[in-house]
Design a protein around this ligand. Structure first.
Ligand SMILES: Nc1ncnc2c1ncn2[C@@H]1O[C@H](COP(=O)(O)OP(=O)(O)OP(=O)(O)O)[C@@H](O)[C@H]1O
Length: 493
């Protein structure tokens, strides 16, 4: 990714380059408007920072030229005056945001990172994978089960229609990926795409983020702010976690959907805009309607088309290809291209798991395993410890619970140990007896300590061994005793 800075003051460019040095983002800059425009045309940076003073002599000339070269390029305006008319005007025309000089480095860098993320979402294509290129290049939308084929078909059907879309599914099932895919295949793919997480902002801030506000609308409103619906005119707005929106904001969004009109917070002027809304939620909106916390008319309006993503536990046949995809991606990203795949034992455990955190959790677990793995094959020992807790020993939040189904958990423990032995037999088998005994000891100890909530005397009594031996084993296996009892994966080998 790269950032280009238009500023007469070289210090600004150097400060930003310094602040982003660790992130791998390339920063270039100029104090000459014409050179800058040539650069943007030739090098196609991902984000531009533009000093308003530089363009003031020619009004919005530089901004307009940049927007003409690439209407989706996020441009952050920098102004000395918080009320800069030029900066506000640029935002009305679609600039990403503006900051006031002298720049406070930290918030400026945060804004630039946000602009980089937005650019990524707009420009990195979401594609269906091909067998040979799994995990390489852009984000792929992996899925072969009938439910996912239905999802892909729905994306294709709805993308070009001028309707709102509601994407539903548990957390981590790929709702953002669906939103990006719809945008990229829509008639608006040349216009901006903006994401707003409705759960991340308190009510009043969310309202002014969406609709903007007038100067003085509330105590901290020291300047006019242009909201996303105004700024993104002609584009697509992705409202993530829409179930977390307050009733007052829901009412304003409903009006926007019905009339494409709204007023800034604290303002009288009615503003027209043309945005397409894609909304997502993991909440049960019908139940919220019953309870009176979500507007029925808004649900009806958003429901122009609904796409439902199944949880990962219902996509059993996709699990192997998804694992392979996340593995190739992690191995590429982490420079571990020698890693070839999972051992049969590790695969057995991964296939049995029920993935309460869905694809995001799978992605993280595969990444952790790649970090821990010491050879070209990921064996069961390199999997994080939460996978070794059987599904039925976890509560709703995915944490180990105390209620046990004995037969199932015994089978799981045996299969952990068995897969460990099988993995060793698959490879260069040596010292299998000692290693397997150590694995068994670890499984027994961890489980008993979970049962006694970390109480070692009680564990010693149950196990019929001394406290000294327990302490020795805890140290040897790297068992952590906190609110839950865990084994450090790195210590398991
Ligand atoms: N079918 C898929 N193929 C490949 N990667 C996927 C797939 N579905 C999701 N992912 C990846 O899993 C991660 C989580 O997906 P995403 O952020 O889209 O989920 P979400 O449903 O929006 O989550 P949340 O509700 O928590 O916001 C992302 O990195 C995404 O790229």
């Amino acid at each position: 990714m790269s950032v280009f800075v238009f500023d007469i003051d070289e210090g600004v460019y150097r400060g930003i380059a310094y602040g982003l040095a660790q992130t791998g983002v390339e920063v270039r800059g100029t104090d000459d408007p014409e050179d800058g425009i040539k650069f943007v045309r030739r090098e196609k940076p991902d984000v531009v920072l533009l000093d308003v003073e530089m363009s003031e002599s020619k009004g919005l000339d530089i901004y307009s030229q940049i927007a003409e070269i690439d209407p989706r390029l996020p441009v952050v305006m920098m102004a000395s005056d918080a009320d800069s008319e030029t900066a506000i005007e640029a935002m009305q025309l679609g600039a990403f945001d503006y900051v006031t000089k002298p720049l406070d480095l930290e918030p400026t860098l945060q804004l630039v990172q946000k602009a980089i993320r937005t650019r990524r979402m707009m420009s990195e294509p979401v594609v269906l994978p091909t067998k040979n290129a799994l995990g390489a290049g852009p984000d792929q939308f992996v899925g072969q089960c009938p439910e996912m084929l239905e999802v892909f078909k729905s994306i294709g059907r709805v993308a070009k229609q001028p309707v709102s879309v509601l994407v539903r599914g548990e957390s981590g099932t790929g709702k953002e990926l669906v939103a990006r895919a719809i945008y990229q295949h829509s008639e608006r793919s040349d216009a901006p795409f903006v994401e707003i997480n409705c759960a991340a902002l308190p009510d009043t801030l969310l309202e002014s983020e969406l609709f903007g506000h007038e100067k003085g609308a509330f105590t901290s409103a020291d300047r006019r702010r242009i909201g996303k619906f105004e700024q993104c005119n002609g584009g697509t707005v992705f409202l993530d976690e829409i179930g977390d929106m307050s009733p007052a904001t829901q009412a304003k969004v409903l009006r926007l959907l019905q009339e494409q009109r709204f007023e800034r917070v604290g303002g009288n002027e009615t503003i027209r805009t043309d945005v397409r809304i894609i909304a997502a939620t993991n909440r049960n909106l019908e139940k919220m309607v019953d309870k009176g916390t979500f507007r029925e008319d808004l649900l009806y309006r958003l429901n122009g088309m609904t796409i439902v993503l199944p949880p990962l536990r219902e996509r059993e046949e996709d699990v192997p290809i998804l694992l392979q995809y996340f593995l190739s991606k992690a191995a590429n990203d982490l420079g571990r291209r020698e890693i070839e795949g999972f051992s049969p034992g590790a695969l057995r455990i991964l296939k049995k798991y029920d993935w309460p955190g869905n694809l995001r959790q799978m992605q993280n677990i595969v990444r952790q395993s790649v970090v821990t793995a010491s050879g070209p094959v990921i064996v069961a020992d390199f999997l994080p410890s939460d996978l070794l807790t059987p599904n039925d020993e976890r509560d709703d939040s995915g944490r180990p619970s105390e209620s046990l189904d004995r037969s199932e958990s015994n089978e799981m423990r045996e299969s952990n140990l068995l897969s460990f032995v099988e993995d060793r037999l698959d490879g260069d088998a040596k010292d299998v007896y000692a290693d397997a005994i150590a694995v068994a000891e670890r499984i027994i100890l961890t489980r008993v300590l979970q049962h006694t909530k970390g109480n070692q005397s009680e564990a010693a009594r149950i196990l019929g061994i001394t406290r000294g031996k327990i302490r020795d084993r805890i140290a040897k296996f790297g068992i952590t005793i906190g609110s839950s009892v865990e084994v450090e994966p790195a210590e398991m080998a």
